[in-house]
Design a protein around this ligand. Structure first.
Ligand code: SF4
Length: 376
């Protein structure tokens, strides 16, 4: 099972596609070490994220506690305070670190609302690499404002031994907004086709499967159905900063329990689990986030191995590219169904803007007020 722990909703970026930074948690209300202790050993993949996880001053203790419980531990950070990760990497060089980077210069800085964010992150990646980090990389949200540069970003990552993880715009309760729709889906898809072909060219097997994952992102973007069924509440869960456990980070109605007030087994043995799984089974949200895609792409029994569909796709298309052929995207994705949003949305950028922050308290009625989340 994969577990994603949102350690905090405090954040020092001002992203245009996520308003967590406008709605921070109170530090003393965030999930405690005692609650995190209840997560059992044997987790396949444990992701520590936020908000910005490095704002938790007890992050080193959290890592000490959770590192032995997971086969892979990832810290997803914006990379602005990378020096806080240095002692962690010195101790655990095999921890996976991903920094959110949307491109170079203004592309990143506008989308993420960060002053010189791109430089800070890239410097941070090189410093961590020098310290011996074994699995570091970039995470980027492919959207209208950066899709043109995504192949360049991939080549940069590859050249320096960094990984590139991708996602695309989607809505979800934790973002405090529900208008994360692309303006020009076909344009973004075109650049994604280039990225997929580029990923299949090299010798890095992980990138071949990332190419498949990007096919899924294209399918979502163009309004096709998910390429593989979702296994939320079976193969992965989210825990929010108030210790509430959810099947995923899109639908706030898929709550499984609370890890502060309940034990792990109590949550999994509660009757609500089956109800939530049924809802997941019938879910019509067309999302394909890394969490739900990655788990769907691998075998249940041997989570290090890919399932048959992605494996066959990779073998067939890798051979095609090797022998000078091209991927027949139309065979997998119907781009005629691509919804071009009638209304042209404009995502506001917050680089130089002061915005009033509303602290979210534990006593608030979280998520129910944040509208409907449709990933059309
Ligand atoms: S498909 Fe539904 S249940 Fe699965 S992650 Fe998306 S919103 Fe959640």
């Amino acid at each position: 099972m994969d577990v994603c722990v949102i350690l905090t909703y405090r954040c020092n970026s001002k992203c245009s596609m996520c308003y967590v930074w406008q709605n921070p948690t109170k530090a003393d209300e965030e999930i405690s070490l005692n609650t995190l202790r209840k997560i059992p050993s044997g987790i396949d993949y444990l992701n520590l994220t936020g908000g910005e996880p490095t704002l938790r001053l007890d992050l080193p203790e959290i890592v000490d506690l959770l590192y032995p419980k997971a086969m892979t531990l990832e810290i997803s950070s914006n990379g602005l305070l990378s020096e806080r990760l240095e002692p962690i990497i010195r101790k655990y060089p095999d921890i996976k670190i991903r920094f959110s980077l949307e491109g170079f210069g203004e592309t990143n800085n506008m989308i993420r609302g960060e002053r010189d964010g791109d430089k800070k992150k890239i410097d941070g990646l090189f410093r961590l690499k020098k310290l011996g980090a074994k699995d570091i990389g970039i995470a980027t949200v492919i959207q209208d404002d950066n899709s043109e540069g995504v192949v360049e970003l991939f080549r940069f990552a590859k050249k320096h031994g960094f990984e590139l993880a991708t996602s695309t715009l989607h809505n979800g309760f934790q973002f405090h907004k529900s208008d994360n729709f692309p303006y020009d889906r076909l344009k973004i898809a075109k650049y994604m086709e280039d990225l997929i072909a580029e990923m299949l060219k090299g010798v890095n097997v992980k990138n071949w499967f990332r190419a498949y994952l990007n096919m899924g992102l294209m399918a979502k973007l163009l309004g096709n159905r998910r390429m593989l069924p979702c296994a939320a509440a079976e193969d992965f869960i989210f825990i929010d900063p108030w210790s509430d456990v959810y099947a995923c980070n899109v639908r706030p109605d898929l709550k499984l329990g609370n890890l502060e007030t309940q034990d792990w087994d109590e949550i999994w043995n509660s009757p609500s689990v089956e109800e939530v799984r049924e809802k997941v089974h019938n879910c019509t949200q067309n999302c394909w986030m890394v969490g739900s895609a990655k788990t769907a792409m691998r075998q249940k029994k041997y989570p290090k191995l890919p399932s048959a569909g992605p494996l066959l796709w990779v073998v067939y298309n890798k051979l095609k590219i090797m022998f000078g052929g091209k991927i027949n995207f139309e065979r997998y994705i119907d781009n005629k169904t691509a919804a071009q949003d009638k209304q042209v949305y404009y995502r506001e950028f917050y680089l130089n803007k002061d915005v009033k922050r509303n602290i979210q308290l534990k006593s608030d009625n979280h998520y129910s007020i944040f509208g409907k989340f449709i990933n059309k």
